[in-house]
Design a protein around this ligand. Structure first.
Ligand SMILES: [Zn+2]
Length: 214
């Protein structure tokens, strides 16, 4: 299995003759996502929820810029991964703050083990691996606070969140494995399939957190 280096291996042929933007289709979808998150940032009150959306916006903005210009090396990838940590920690912080209780030792140990695995995968440059570990941290928090969340939000949103996360991971595996084959058949910006599925995930964050917002 060939390694995947973000943003160079994302499945949209970069720097076509007609565009100054490296990957204009991926750039446009992510710009839309960034705007959606910015809307949430200005339409929530709780400072912890605002912080989360602020960091998620920063994450998505740098992701967007990475499709605008490709900087050689791992700098773009590493910055985005670092911000993904901040996004994750701030998501955990929302629930510690809202429930006003310290999480159990058990959940903290599982959380820490996933982070250790994530660091190992990052060190080994296994993009798919650390993409999944980051999403697992969010899933873990949603599971741990499932009863609390579903007191305020319909559990269908949480189930939909889980289903979409799995779909995004499967689509990403498809992109990584079949990009070249798909491009050989027809030159299309296939990376936007994953990005477009990310949009309902961002919207679900907004739906869930807006109902928890005080
Ligand atoms: Zn992307």
């Amino acid at each position: 299995m060939k390694d995947y280096t973000f943003p160079f291996d994302t499945c949209e042929i970069p720097y076509s003759k007609t565009s100054i933007i490296a990957q204009p289709y991926s750039f446009t979808v992510n710009l839309l996502s960034s705007c959606i998150i910015l809307y949430a940032l200005f339409n929530t009150n709780d400072i912890y929820i605002k912080t989360f959306f602020g960091l998620l916006f920063l994450f998505e903005l740098i992701h967007t810029i990475s499709h605008f210009i490709h900087i050689p090396g791992n700098i773009q990838n590493n910055i985005i991964h670092f911000i993904a940590y901040l996004v994750n920690f701030s998501y955990f912080a929302i629930f510690i703050h809202l429930t006003q209780t310290m999480p159990s030792i058990g959940i903290l140990i599982i959380y820490l083990l996933i982070i250790i695995l994530d660091i190992i995968l990052l060190y080994k440059q296994k993009f798919l691996g650390y993409f999944i570990t980051q999403l697992s941290l969010i899933i873990l928090i949603n599971l741990y606070y499932f009863n609390y969340i579903t007191k305020h939000v319909s559990c269908n949103y949480i189930y939909l969140f889980f289903i979409l996360t799995v779909i995004v991971i499967l689509l990403f595996i498809n992109e990584k494995e079949n990009c070249k084959k798909m491009l050989d058949k027809k030159e299309l910006p296939y990376h936007i399939i994953v990005e477009t599925m990310g949009v309902p995930l961002f919207i679900l964050f907004i739906i869930i957190l807006k109902q928890l917002d005080k």
